[in-house]
Structures are given as structure tokens and as C-alpha cells.
Write a protein that binds this ligand. Structure first.
Ligand code: ACM
Length: 685
């Protein structure tokens, strides 16, 4: 029963896609690559993948490149025996990602085989990632299309920031994310290792940090850190650790109370909201502590960059402590009145001290945009998260800068929204010299609402949109629908690499459905999204570090694919078609039929699902969403009937539709229906 439902669903979308492809007249050569390369010229030839390719590597090939080639060959073809076709690799020298060595490559597929040429081994790694996305399949089996790719990145720094402090992310999860990063040519793992709730890396110098300072006692041993670093290096990925100071440090103070600003003792912090707890900037012992810790950690993490956080400190801990205020006065770190502690000046003082400690170890300091201030030395790299302004201000003041604003995956915005954020848009106010300071950007995944089970589904495939924005030229990446088409291919590829972004939510749904069929619950989950931004903190459910993330909201996709396709169908019904472009959609009847089938499906689903929602206490909170989805479906069906009959909507009907759809927008269980916006559009509201 469920299988049939799925099959007809697929048939419906396949029909729409086929129509689209035929109209576009370019189905054969629609690119499969994400990120798109600088140039790719496809020919008519095909290189079958029935037999394995025969590797031709220079004898001097380094071990990382050798292992990468072996991985790619195994992924391209299960066949053990090589045929006549070859995979020829040539590169100039071993590339060092931490020195921003070149990642440029050329990749040619001919009937004779594949050849990769690159100035450095990093280019070879990127070329192999491209090669793994090239295979297509038809009746005769899998093959590589004939193609000539010339490629290089737009930005040198293309990161993913992972918060392993709020919810600990085991090494296996980090490795799977590194595999996915390599697939989309992301080259920096920014590892957020410490926060109020946990200090997640073993310190041999201050062992109470990871033993007392980590809720649940979960942390990475130094051996595990080295294992991750080696795994990343084997994929041409740098690892930049973040030790967030002076705020976000409750875990440090729990372990070592002498770091506290206000001379009180702290219990482990089990909530998620920002604490504004900060370590003491006035005592020399704070800096000797940091000096010893950073000596240990800068040795453990060899990357030349070292992230010191610096975010979200409103200074209340400092202003309320008389001895710190007195100290600030002696240091002239006060406001114009010479009496009130100036938080920005104190934090800049702190940053300068920390910067000196890092410079002594040959490290470049990075911090979130709060660390920016007129007295901050120019070497410090600024990571902009609170707005685009921070990036431009940083570059304007002469700092290297990274963009993360717009790339916060945990806010549950769409891939299209991330795709539209560009570190250097056409209207950038930066001069060419300032633009050169913009190193790139980072997608960011904070884990208040993502544990090690669901985190991959919160990152992938949407991080692919950020990866493409940072790798590809603007000219090559104008089409959002095409990005989504390729993001779908990427999602399937990541599944074959072992990522759990699809499997984990599915398992969660099965657990929730228990002995019932999972189909109806899945159909509801597929049109839900978690509430956006940080609203999950404020909707009547008090989350702590002990809250299990195993409710329906946790199985709902960050961006509903069903809702996106529904919205595209609505667009094709309500907008005049645009002939001769990729956006051209078939005439209304097929799409009206598809919309009608969807809406009827939602109504039927509500009837099937309500008994489960009513009897399973952990699902009861979602019953209103299923009811409202059926009501939305009613509005959709009525409107389609009007459209087909060429009738205008009556005032009374519009009032009814408006009330229904407004009610349907209300979240439940921190999830919301993702189809309401498109339904409003269809209804003409
Ligand atoms: C941040 O999101 N607090 C950097």
C-alpha cells in the first residue's frame, strides 16, 4: 500500500520532470556537478564504467593522492578488473591546504579514459570529487560523458563550522561530514569545541576542563583529534579549532572557578540560551592559564589559524564586579565619563592579549565579528555572522574576513536563501584591495537542536548550496531551480557515501510510528519544517541539554522538498509561462492535476493518520497540523476548481480561504506547515 503510494508519487514527479526536460531540449547534458565548474564542455562520446579504470600514477605520487585515487576508483565502478581505459594523474607538487595552495585542475574524459592535470595534489583531490559526480546511467549501464573541465575556486576559504559542544558529535559523525565536505569541495572544518555546555577536547594540562567541564562527560581524546585531522588532511581539508573566549565559557569556569569574573561558583549549564558569563579579563592568572592551554592546543591543531570565538558577551559579568571595574579605570578602559567600564574596550584589551599569545605560537587569530574594534590588530580574521555589515567593515578596516551571515544552517532557511548570500555580490561596496581581503565563507551548524543522530539532516544537502556559492563563479550559478535539481543529485550521492541525512529521520519516523505503518506519518513530516530562526527556544517547550531530540519536528526536513515542488507547481499555474526558457512549464492541466492529486492525498492522509496521532502521546501535539493540512488541501481543491472553470473567487470564499490559511500557519510542536505560503499564492491572497 505504502509502496504503491510512493510509486504513483514518483510517477507524477517524473512526468513533470520529463515534460520539463523535453521542453528544455537539453536533458542529456544537464550538468550533474555541484559545485559547477568554471567551464565544462561536453561531447557526444561515452566512456562505459563496466570495468574499472586503470590508474596511471607517477611513481613519485604521494600517499594521500594514491589513497584518494583508490577511493574514487572503488566508487566509480564495483568491478575489480581494470579494462583498457585509464585514469591518468599528473600534478606538479604536493599541495598544502593551510598555505592556500592552488586547487586548480583540468579533467578530461575521452573514449580512451580520464586524465587529470593540476599544479598541486589539491587540484587532483578536487578533480577526483568532480569525477565522482560525472557518472550517468541509461539502459546500457553507467558511463562517463565525454567532457573537458577546467576549474578553479572563486574563494580560497570554503568552510563548514560544526558545533560539537552543545551536542557532542562523535568522530564517526565528523568523518561523515568530512566525506560530504570533500564531495562539494569545502576545504575548512571549523570545529567549535567549547561552549557553556561543554569543553569537548581532552586537555592534559587542565584535565578538569574536559572531565568536569563537559556535560555528559563526552569529549574527544587527543588521539581522536589526531585521527580526525588525518582524515581531513587526506581529503585536502584544513581543521581550524575554536576555543570560544571570553564568553560562552561556563564549562571552563565550572572546571576552574578561578577564571570567573564574579567570584561565584557555577554549576554545569544545562540550558541553551546565551549566558553572558565571561572569564576575568583583569587577572594575570587568566592569561597564564590561556597561555598554557593555547600552547597545548596550538600544538595539537597544526593549522596556522586559531579561532577564539569572542561572540555574545554583553559585559554584564564585568560591569557588576567592583574589582574589575576598578581595574578597568586604572587601564583607562572606561567610557567618556571615566567611571563606567567600557565592554568593547575591555574586550579589545582581552583580544590583544590573546592575539599576542597566539602570535607567539605563530598562529593567526580568528574571531566572530564582535571582536572587531578600531584597536584590533589587522592580522586578526573576522568571521561575520550578525550581518553582512561586519564583513564589509572588517575588510574596510584592513582585516581578512569570512562570511557566515546567511549561511547559518541551524536557522532552517532554504538552500535558495543561503545561495543568494554572496561574500562579494555585484554591488559590493568594497574596493578591489578590500575585496582581496575577503577570504570566503563558512556554513555554520549550531547544535542546540541537533544531536549526533539528526545533525546530518540539518546540514545536508543544504550546505551544498553554500559550497557552490563559494566555489563557482557567479556567472555559472544564476539558476536556483538548476541548483535544486543538482542538490537532489548530491543528496543521493551523499547517501552512497554513508551520510545519514535521509536514513536518520526515516528511522526516527519508524520509531514514532511504532507498530503502525510509517507512510502517513512520513507524508505529514514531509510537508513540515522546524520553526525558523531561534523560535524553537520560545514556543512553550523548555529545552535543556537532557531533552531528547526525537519528536516529529526532529524528523521534519529543514527544507521541505515536497513543499518546494508544490510551490513550483503553484507558480506554473498562477504565473504566465515563459516560453523558450528553462523556467517554461507545461500547460496548466497537467499541473492542475498534479496539484489536485497532492491535495487529495493530504486529505486522505489526515484520515489515515489521526488515529495514530490520537493514541501516541509523543505525537499528540502534532494532530492540529494534520487537521490544518487537510483544511489547506480543501482550499487548494476549491481554488483549482475555480481556476479550471474560469471563475473569480467570491469575497466570501476569499475570507474563508484567508482564515483557513492563517490558522494553518500556526506552528505546533515547534514545527510548521511548509505549504501554506504557496497555498496562499494559489488562493490569490
Ligand atoms: C554565534 O552565532 N554566536 C557566533
Amino acid at each position: 500500500m505504502r509502496k504503491e503510494g510512493k510509486a504513483s508519487e514518483w510517477a507524477k514527479w517524473l512526468l513533470v520532470l520529463l515534460l520539463l526536460a523535453t521542453r528544455a531540449g537539453a536533458a542529456q547534458m544537464a550538468p550533474t556537478l555541484l559545485p559547477l565548474p568554471a567551464t565544462a564542455r561536453y561531447g557526444q562520446g561515452r566512456l562505459p564504467l563496466k570495468a574499472a579504470l586503470k590508474p596511471l600514477l607517477p611513481a613519485t605520487t604521494d600517499p594521500i593522492t594514491r589513497a584518494a585515487v583508490a577511493r574514487t576508483l572503488a566508487r566509480l565502478s564495483p568491478a575489480k578488473a581494470a579494462g583498457a581505459a585509464t585514469l591518468q594523474i599528473r600534478y606538479g607538487r604536493v599541495g598544502r591546504p593551510e598555505l592556500f595552495d592552488e586547487e586548480r585542475y583540468s579533467l578530461r574524459v575521452t573514449l580512451m579514459g580520464v586524465s587529470i592535470d593540476a599544479p598541486t595534489s589539491l587540484g587532483v583531490l578536487r578533480a577526483l570529487a568532480t569525477l565522482e559526480q560525472l557518472p550517468r546511467a541509461d539502459k546500457k549501464g553507467r558511463y562517463l560523458p565525454e567532457v573537458d573541465v577546467q576549474d578553479q575556486p572563486r574563494f580560497a576559504w570554503r568552510g563548514l563550522s560544526l558545533d560539537a559542544a552543545r551536542h557532542f558529535l562523535p568522530v564517526a559523525v565528523i568523518k561523515r561530514n568530512l566525506d560530504a565536505m570533500a564531495a562539494v569541495k569545502l576545504n575548512v572544518l571549523h570545529w567549535h569545541l567549547t561552549d557553556d555546555q561543554g569543553f569537548r577536547v581532552e586537555s592534559k594540562v587542565f584535565p578538569r576542563l574536559h572531565t568536569v567541564g563537559s556535560i555528559n562527560g563526552l569529549f574527544y581524546s587527543q588521539a581522536e583529534v589526531r585521527e580526525v585531522l588525518a582524515y581531513a588532511a587526506a581529503r585536502g581539508i584544513r581543521v581550524v579549532p575554536e576555543f570560544d573566549v571570553p564568553s560562552h565559557t561556563t564549562s571552563w569556569i565550572v572546571a576552574y572557578p578561578r577564571l570567573a569574573s564574579n567570584d561565584s561558583t557555577y554549576a554545569p549549564y544545562r540550558l541553551w540560551r546565551t549566558t553572558n558569563v565571561a572569564i576575568d579579563p583583569s587577572r594575570e592568572t587568566t592569561y597564564t592559564f590561556l597561555d598554557s592551554l593555547f600552547t597545548e592546543m596550538t600544538t595539537l591543531f597544526p593549522d596556522p589559524y586559531f579561532h577564539v570565538g569572542g561572540d555574545e558577551n554583553d559585559g554584564r559579568n564585568w560591569r557588576r564586579t567592583p574589582r574589575i571595574v576598578a581595574w578597568a579605570k586604572t587601564q583607562h578602559l572606561t567610557r567618556a565619563d571615566s567611571l563606567t567600564l567600557d565592554k568593547h574596550r575591555v574586550q579589545t584589551y582581552f583580544n590583544r592579549r590573546v592575539l599576542a599569545l597566539l602570535q607567539k605560537r605563530g598562529k593567526t587569530m580568528i574571531g566572530w565579528d564582535e571582536i572587531l574594534g578600531p584597536d584590533l590588530p589587522k592580522e586578526a580574521v573576522i568571521q561575520s555572522w550578525r550581518g553582512k555589515k561586519g564583513l564589509n567593515e572588517a575588510a574596510h578596516l584592513g582585516h581578512p574576513a569570512l562570511l557566515s551571515n546567511g549561511y547559518y544552517l541551524d536557522l532552517n532557511f532554504s538552500a535558495a536563501s543561503a545561495y543568494s548570500a554572496d561574500p562579494l555580490p555585484p554591488d559590493t561596496p568594497l574596493t578591489p584591495a578590500e575585496q582581496a581581503l575577503v577570504l570566503g565563507g563558512e556554513a555554520a551548524m549550531w547544535t542546540e537542536f541537533a544531536d549526533s543522530v539528526v545533525v546530518e539532516s540539518r546540514i545536508w544537502p543544504r550546505a551544498g548550496a553554500v559550497a557552490e556559492r563559494l566555489w563557482s563563479t557567479r556567472a555559472a550559478t544564476q539558476s536556483v531551480p538548476d541548483m535544486y535539481r543538482r542538490l537532489g543529485l548530491l543528496s543521493a550521492q551523499l547517501e552512497t557515501l554513508g551520510l545519514r541525512h535521509r536514513r536518520a529521520p526515516e528511522l526516527l519516523l519508524k520509531q514514532l510510528a511504532g507498530s503502525s505503518s510509517v507512510g502517513p506519518l512520513r507524508s505529514l513530516a514531509e510537508v513540515l519544517e522546524p520553526v525558523k530562526e531561534y523560535k524553537r527556544h520560545f514556543q512553550g517547550y523548555a529545552y535543556t541539554t537532557d531533552s531528547r531530540l526525537n519528536r516529529l519536528v526532529d524528523a521534519a526536513p529543514a527544507e521541505s522538498e515536497v513543499a518546494r515542488r508544490f510551490a513550483a507547481l503553484v507558480d506554473s499555474v498562477v504565473l504566465p509561462p515563459r516560453p523558450g526558457t528553462l523556467g517554461f512549464l507545461p500547460p496548466a492541466p497537467a499541473q492542475v492535476a498534479a496539484l489536485r492529486a497532492e491535495a487529495i492525498g493530504w486529505q486522505a492522509n489526515d484520515i489515515l493518520l489521526q488515529p495514530l496521532l490520537a493514541t501516541n502521546p509523543s505525537l499528540a501535539e502534532y494532530a492540529p497540523l494534520s487537521t490544518r493540512l487537510a483544511a489547506v488541501a480543501g482550499v487548494v481543491l476549491e481554488r483549482l476548481t475555480q481556476l479550471q472553470a474560469g471563475q473569480a473567487a467570491s469575497v466570501a470564499w476569499l475570507a474563508h480561504a484567508r482564515a483557513t490559511l492563517e490558522a494553518a500557519q500556526a506552528p505546533a510542536g515547534q514545527a510548521e506547515l511548509a505549504v501554506v505560503k504557496a497555498a496562499r499564492k494559489l488562493a490569490g491572497l
